[in-house]
Design a protein around this ligand. Structure first.
Ligand code: ZN
Length: 255
């Protein structure tokens, strides 16, 4: 760990020399503009390739930059970034030469990760015609990396977090990017417009009607401001106790 600690001390000195208030300012809180969802691959350092510094980008990374709807880690990051931090741009960043994507393109088992890779195999299934048409294996995998990013951006759009954000005045924009490790360049796949809305008739959702409205429709009752609460009020509870006691007294008299 010594090299890491040494690097850290040098970095602190450098930052302080350039900006004496750097750490004090960051300690006040964060208001990042971006959310980065990328691969855990060590060759894809989120801050370095985007030129962002501390405080500018909220980051979530997993194998093959997946947006899985049962992944509470990703969903928690997304909800916090959108609803609390108010990020303006969310980017799913894949990369050519992704080991996770390559593993998913084989028919081998890899152990625990197989379930995770199934999500990428689902991308192959959806795009099988295009995928199989590409004869060169490297080109096929490169395209799969892109298709995977496009599908993960679509997966973002399917979440109730983004669906609800779209109904606000300033929803975050969604982006799909691919990083080329060989060149160091990011490519914008321009996943937008129709690509995100073409399946809206299936995936678009609205926040459920107020519970009272559901009750009204199902039971056919008119819900008024003064309707009795399902939970007894304090007075109602007191009245009920009184009634119970007088009932007890009556019973005692009888016996
Ligand atoms: Zn990767």
């Amino acid at each position: 760990m010594e090299p890491i600690l040494e690097n850290n001390r040098k970095w602190v000195d450098k930052q302080r020399a350039a900006d004496p208030q750097f750490f004090e300012r960051l300690a006040d809180g964060q208001k990042p503009r971006y959310l980065f969802i990328g691969c855990s691959d060590s060759r894809v350092p989120a801050s370095a390739i985007t030129g962002t510094g501390p405080g500018e980008m909220f980051v979530h990374r997993n194998i093959a930059n997946m947006v899985v709807h049962t992944d509470f880690n990703l969903l928690s990051v997304l909800q916090y970034a959108v609803e609390v931090l108010g990020v303006q741009d969310i980017m799913v960043v894949g990369h050519y030469g992704c080991g996770g994507v390559a593993a998913a393109a084989t028919n081998k088992q890899y152990g625990l990760i197989d379930g995770w890779l199934t999500n990428i195999r689902d991308v192959i299934r959806v795009h099988e015609t295009e995928f199989l048409r590409i004869k060169d294996e490297e080109q096929r995998l490169r395209r799969l990396v892109e298709l995977n990013v496009i599908e993960q951006v679509r997966n973002l759009a399917k979440t109730n977090i983004i669906q609800n954000a779209w109904k606000t005045a300033n929803p975050p924009r969604l982006h799909g990017l691919v990083y080329d490790i060989k060149e160091g360049l990011l490519k914008d796949l321009e996943v937008e417009g129709a690509q995100l809305t073409e399946l809206a008739h299936i995936y678009s959702t609205e926040i459920a009607a107020h519970a009272e409205k559901v009750l009204e429709e199902q039971v056919g009752q008119e819900v008024t401001e003064n309707r009795p609460s399902l939970l007894p009020s304090k007075e109602a509870a007191r009245e009920e106790k009184k009634a119970e006691k007088s009932e007890e007294k009556q019973l005692n008299k009888v016996s």
